[in-house]
Design a protein around this ligand. Structure first.
Ligand code: AMP
Ligand code: MG
Length: 404
């Protein structure tokens, strides 16, 4: 059986970034740039004050002390949004506000809090070096410098920087259209009455919610009985409308598990159908006509954990992300863990703080049908290696649960 890292590598080999589209910056949150954004002008664009105070020449106060204060005449004010017209003359000051352009000849700004301002004069009682409280033109980015490389995620900070450059439209990778196909003859739509031996379909709601967390709203959902022909038809039509198909249930080796046969009947290639993990062993990854098809196990915890481990990184790559996903943290285990196989176990756990240390406490309800455990969890302890026991207080790798 392949490891989850091998499985991820196989998936990445078969996933491509989606084509680009232009979007208004105001509508581009969480998209990934399909172009690099360079500075059309230096940033900052002009020398300006970092504080509210007085622009002066440092040489006019170079011998100033508490005992030998210096008085400078305030000859003008420069407000934000105005160009500084006057230069600062010897033994003079110009009142200035944060963000206002630095007057000529000024080389330092004394803070308003550090002077006594009376009768159009300031009294300064300490020397101050040149360049203090001044933000220089181009000190962050020179003109033409790359400010936002290709593949940058448009987080609030990145959107702010793009706006700083004056961009109101950006090239990004378009979002994938996703088809979700829920299989299982026992499943009933929540809100409808249940007869004996039936359960409510939770995976459809959970998966649509997970996709929405990633900002993917173009999702079609279909439900299907455990019927080979029906599943094949549904996958076939899903492939016409979507960039990626996610199925739930019927991916294992039971007599009514028709997802794999349906993929093969459609001429698809199954790249793997088992991964050495728990939960989520019977996970299928295939391509049909070049499009990825994920066959997730039906157990609700397995479906969501395999979504996090495999589907979400694939979606992020389609969106243009080239960074590392599934980054582990190393924390202290609060409890003892035992496992009986060499499969990597993803133990639902709660991360919390104990002094300055992060600790992970396994949640109650670790079986793959027990969604309650996943609801309480904010992370997955990655329990690798052979069967055995992890003692209390051992350091363990954990994967914080992040849906976006
Ligand atoms: P399967 O992967 O189809 O063998 O299903 C494994 C288990 O998950 C069975 O107990 C199913 O009843 C349950 N299951 C499958 N699909 C869903 C679903 N959409 N919602 C809730 N439980 C499901
Ligand atoms: Mg089933």
């Amino acid at each position: 059986m392949i490891s989850f890292r091998e499985a991820q590598a196989i998936i990445f080999e078969h996933i491509e970034q989606l084509p680009r589209e232009e979007r208004f910056l105001s509508n581009a949150r969480n998209f990934f740039l399909a172009e690099e954004l360079r500075a059309p002008f230096p940033i900052p664009r002009f020398d300006h004050s970092a504080v509210d105070g007085f622009a002066i020449r440092s040489k006019d106060i170079k011998n100033t002390t508490d005992k030998t204060p210096v008085s400078l005449r305030v000859i003008n004010t420069v407000k934000t949004g105005q160009s500084a017209t006057d230069a600062v003359y010897a033994n003079c000051a110009i009142r200035i506000f944060t963000g206002a352009t630095l007057p000529q000849a000024a080389d330092t700004v004394v803070m308003v809090e550090d002077v006594v301002f009376e009768n159009n004069t300031i009294r300064v009682s300490a020397a101050q070096k040149a360049n203090k409280n001044i933000r220089r033109v181009g000190e962050e980015f020179a003109k033409d410098a790359v400010c936002l490389p290709c593949s940058t995620r448009l987080t609030p900070a990145a959107i702010g920087l793009a706006a700083t450059l004056g961009m109101n439209r950006v090239q990004v990778h378009r979002k994938p259209r996703v088809a979700v196909l829920i299989t299982g003859s026992e499943l009933v739509e929540p809100g409808m009455p249940l007869s004996e031996a039936q359960i409510y379909d939770s995976n459809r709601f959970a998966l649509v919610a997970a996709l929405s967390e990633l900002g993917i709203e173009q999702v079609t959902t279909h439900t299907c009985q455990d019927d080979r022909a029906a599943i094949r038809l549904q996958i076939e039509s899903a492939l016409r409308e979507a960039d990626i198909v996610i199925t739930s249930g019927g991916a294992s080796v039971g007599d009514v598990d028709y997802v794999k046969p349906a993929i093969l009947e459609l001429g698809g290639t199954i790249h793997f159908d088992k991964v050495a993990i728990k939960p989520g062993k019977p996970t299928v990854f295939a391509t049909v006509s070049g499009k990825p098809v994920f066959g997730l196990p039906g157990n609700p915890v397995s479906a969501l954990v395999t979504y996090l481990l495999f589907v979400m990184p694939a979606l992020l790559k389609m969106l243009g992300d080239v960074g590392e996903s599934n980054l582990f943290r190393s924390v202290i285990l609060n409890g003892t863990l035992t496992k009986r196989s060499s499969r990597t176990e993803f133990v639902r756990a709660k991360l919390s703080h104990e002094g300055n240390n992060a600790i992970a406490t396994p949640c109650i309800g670790q079986e793959s049908h027990m969604l309650g455990g996943l609801v309480t969890a904010n992370s997955l302890i990655v329990f690798e290696g052979e069967a055995g026991t992890l003692p209390d207080r051992n350091r363990v790798p954990v994967l914080p649960i992040q849906w976006s």
